[in-house]
Design a protein around this ligand. Structure first.
Ligand code: UDX
Ligand code: ADP
Length: 467
C-alpha cells in the first residue's frame, strides 16, 4: 500500500518534529498532527513559526515550509484518524505515580485511550505505528485492544522507535544513523513494514532502514538508551573518584574515548543525565526484568539510575559544603534549567532535583534559562510535592536576565550547558556578587582558569578543587 495520508496523535517533542520532517521530505503525503491540548495546537499553528511550542534549532524553517501545504495541526482527532492510512501514536508515557509498578512501570493510560479511540473511529484497515517510548510488549496490548473493540477491520501494529535527541532533532531526523521498524512477520505484517519503509526511503538510504520483529524493535529502543545512560553514569561515577585524586575526568574521557572500541561520545561528566527517556526507559527495563524474576538483570540496570541520583545529590551537597555547611537564606543563582542545551524541555532535568535539595536547606534559589518559561519551572518543582506552591514561589525566583539573576548571589550553579553562558561578561557578574564568589560548574563548560583569574572560586565536576 502506498501511503498518502498520515495522522500522528500527540503534538509533543517527538510527534511535532518527526511529522514536520516527514512532511518536508514527502510533499505528496498529507500529514496531520492532532492533540487534545488546544493551546499546544494553537501554538503549532501560530502565524509566527518562532512561537511553535517545541524549541528545536532548525524546526521553525521546516514547519514554515510544510505547514498548510501538506502539514496540518488540528484538535479534530476523529477526523484525522478516519482519513489516515497510517496512524502514529506519539503521546506521553510517563512513569506511573500510583499503584502497581509505581515509580517504575510506564503509565500506558494515554496509549490505551488512543487505541480505543482508533478502534472506535476506524472504518477501514489501518497501520498503527508506536512512536512513543514504550515498554516491551506494548504492541501486543495495542493489538488486543484494537482487535477486541474495533469494527472488525484489520490493524497492523508497527514499532518505529524514535532515536532523535532533543536539541538536534531536525538533524537526527534528516540524517538518522538508522531507522528501525518492527512488525509482524506474517505476510500482512511484512507488507505494513514495507509501507513505512517506503516513506523513510524517500530520504534515508535503504541500508540504514532496519526491519525486525516487533519485540526486538521495542527492546532495542530501551537498550540503546540504557547503554547511553550507562556511559554517562559510568563516567560520572569516575568523576567522584577524580575529585578525590589528582586525576581529571576530562582527561580520562579523552584518553579512553580515543580507543575506537569505546569511542568519544557520551563521556561528558555532568551533574547527571535528565530528559524524558533515559530514566524512564531504564525503569521499564528494570520493571520487565523483575516481572520475569530476573533480579540480577534488574539490579544491574537499576544501578545506572542509582548512580545518577547520587550525582545530582552530590552536586547539591558540594554547594552546601563549600558555603560553610549552610545555605540557609543564601542566594544561589542557577544558570540553566533545561535538561540539556538547545531545548526548552525540562523533564527529569538535574536542575529540578538540585533546586529541591537546596530549598530543603532553606536556600533562596534564583533561576535563569534562555528558553524555559517561569510557569514550567514552578510546575516542575510543584510536581515533586516537596512543599506547597506558595512556598516554592517564595523561595525560588525566576529571572529573565542572566546578569540580574547573579546579583547579590553567594554562588552560581551552571546546570545546563547553554553556549551563551560561556560568553557572558564574567567580570561584571563577579563585581555584583557576594565574596567569596563561587561557581559550581555542573557541565564543565566554563574556562576555569579565566574565572579563577577574575577571583572566582571554581568547582568543577571530576577534578579536585584548586582554588
Ligand atoms: C535520548 C537519546 O539520545 C535518543 O536517541 C532517544 O531517542 C531519546 O533519549 P535526549 O534525552 O533528547 O535523547 O538527550 P541526550 O542527548 O541523549 O541526553 C540525555 C541526558 O544525558 C542529558 O541530560 C545530557 O545532558 C546528559 N549527557 C549526555 C551527559 O550528561 N553526558 C554526556 O556525555 C551525554
Ligand atoms: P513526547 O516527548 O513523547 O513527544 P510530550 O508530552 O511532549 O511527549 O507530547 C505528548 C502529547 O500527546 C501531549 O501534547 C499530549 O497532549 C498528547 N496526548 C496525550 N494523550 C492524547 C490523546 N489521547 N489524544 C491526543 N493527544 C494526546
Amino acid at each position: 500500500m502506498k501511503v498518502q495520508n498520515i495522522c500522528c496523535i500527540g503534538a509533543g517533542y517527538v510527534g511535532g518534529p518527526t511529522m514536520a520532517v516527514i512532511a518536508k521530505k514527502c510533499p505528496d503525503i498529507k500529514v496531520t498532527v492532532v492533540d487534545i491540548n488546544e493551546a499546544r495546537i494553537a501554538a503549532w499553528n501560530d502565524e509566527n513559526v518562532e512561537n511553535i511550542p517545541v524549541y528545536e534549532p532548525g524546526l521553525p524553517q521546516v514547519v514554515a515550509e510544510a505547514r498548510g501545504r501538506n502539514l496540518f495541526f488540528s484538535t479534530d482527532v476523529d477526523k484525522a484518524i478516519d482519513e489516515a492510512q497510517m496512524i502514529f501514536i506519539s503521546v506521553n508515557t510517563p512513569t506511573k505515580t500510583y499503584g502497581e509498578g509505581k515509580g517504575q512501570a510506564a503509565d500506558l493510560k494515554w496509549i490505551e485511550l488512543c487505541a480505543r479511540q482508533i478502534a472506535r473511529v476506524a472504518k477501514e484497515k489501518k497501520i498503527v505505528v508506536e512512536k512513543s517510548t514504550l515498554p516491551v510488549r506494548t504492541a501486543s496490548a495495542l493489538k488486543d485492544i484494537l482487535e477486541h473493540t474495533g469494527n472488525g477491520i484489520n490493524f497492523q501494529i508497527l514499532s518505529n522507535p524514535e532515536f532523535l535527541a532533543e536539541g538536534t532533532a531536525v538533524e537526527d531526523l534528516m540524517a538518522p544513523d538508522r531507522v528501525l521498524i518492527g512488525g509482524d512477520q506474517s505476510e500482512e505484517g511484512l507488507s505494513a513494514i514495507n509501507s513505512l519503509v517506503e516513506v523513510y526511503a524517500r530520504w534515508v538510504p535503504r541500508e540504514r532502514i532496519l526491519t525486525t520483529n516487533v519485540w526486538s524493535s521495542e527492546l532495542s529502543k530501551l537498550t540503546a538508551n540504557a547503554f547511553l545512560a550507562q556511559r554517562v553514569s559510568s563516567i560520572n561515577s569516575l568523576s567522584e573518584l577524580c575529585e578525590h585524586t589528582e586525576a581529571d575526568v576530562n582527561e580520562v574521557s579523552r584518553a579512553i574515548g580515543t580507543d575506537s572500541r569505546i569511542g568519544p561520545k557520551f563521556l561528558k561528566a555532568s551533574v547527571g543525565f535528565g530528559g524524558s527517556c533515559f530514566q524512564k526507559d531504564i525503569l521499564n527495563l528494570v520493571y520487565i526484568s523483575r516481572s520475569y524474576g530476573l533480579d540480577e538483570v534488574a539490579d544491574y540496570w537499576e544501578q545506572v539510575i542509582i548512580m545518577n541520583d547520587h550525582q545530582k545529590k552530590r552536586f547539591a551537597k558540594k554547594i552546601i559544603k563549600n558555603l560553610y555547611n549552610t545555605v540557609s537564606g543564601k542566594k544561589i543563582a542557577f544558570l540553566g534549567w533545561a535538561f540539556k542545551k538547545d531545548t526548552n524541555d525540562t523533564r527529569e532535568s538535574a536542575a529540578i532535583y538540585v533546586a529541591d535539595h537546596l530549598l530543603n536547606e532553606q536556600s533562596k534559589v534564583s533561576v535563569f534559562d534562555p528558553k524555559v518559561t517561569e510557569q514550567q519551572i514552578y510546575s516542575d518543582l510543584d510536581y515533586l510535592g516537596s512543599r506547597s506552591s506558595e512556598e516554592n514561589k517564595e523561595s525560588l525566583t525566576v529571572v529573565k536576565d542572566p546578569y540580574k539573576v547573579c546579583n547579590g548571589a553567594h554562588a552560581i550553579a551552571v546546570l545546563t550547558e547553554w553556549d551563551e553562558f560561556k560568553t557572558y561578561d564574567w567580570q561584571k557578574i563577579y563585581d555584583n556578587m557576594l565574596k567569596p564568589a563561587h561557581v559550581f560548574d555542573g557541565r564543565n563548560i566554563m574556562d576555569k582558569k579565566a574565572l579563577q583569574n577574575i577571583g572566582f572560586q571554581v568547582h568543577s565536576i571530576g577534578s579536585a578543587d584548586d582554588n
